[in-house]
Design a protein around this ligand. Structure first.
Ligand SMILES: [Zn+2]
Length: 132
């Protein structure tokens, strides 16, 4: 499997800064969790993947358009990445994690995607874990 993300891209940093500024505390790409999510919020049992549109094959997105040269190579590569993402997400879901995906183009378009992400994480705050 190819590693398609490196830690600490601008998009990831943008998301982490936003969540941190809103009082969320999290871990970054911990070992031992499949797919190494970009942000892990154990308290909310939530993980966040910050996906570059090209590498993760964002459907119907201009930024995921494949290069015209070597089209077949790219198509296969991106198709594998999409399959891997699907697998990782379903594994995490089965382990009880709530999987959030935020796309690069959404981040670029407006700050609204970040507030939606935050709302989605907070919506699932587990009351059982709020005792202290
Ligand atoms: Zn996109």
């Amino acid at each position: 499997m190819q590693k398609v993300r490196s830690s600490g891209t601008n998009l990831e940093i943008q998301v982490r800064k936003y969540l941190h500024a809103n009082g969320l505390r999290f871990r970054i790409a911990p070992q031992g969790l499949i797919g190494r999510p970009d942000v892990v919020l154990p308290r909310f049992r939530s993980v966040v993947f910050v996906n570059g549109c090209f590498w993760h094959g964002h459907a119907d997105c201009k930024a995921s358009k494949l290069p015209s040269s070597n089209a077949q190579f790219w198509r296969q590569k991106i198709t594998r990445n999409i399959a891997r993402d699907d697998y990782v997400h379903s594994e995490l879901t089965q382990q009880g994690w709530r999987v959030n995906v935020i796309w690069g183009c959404e981040l670029a378009a407006s700050g609204e995607s970040l507030s939606k992400l935050l709302a989605s994480i907070l919506r699932f705050a587990d009351p059982l874990q709020k005792k202290c």
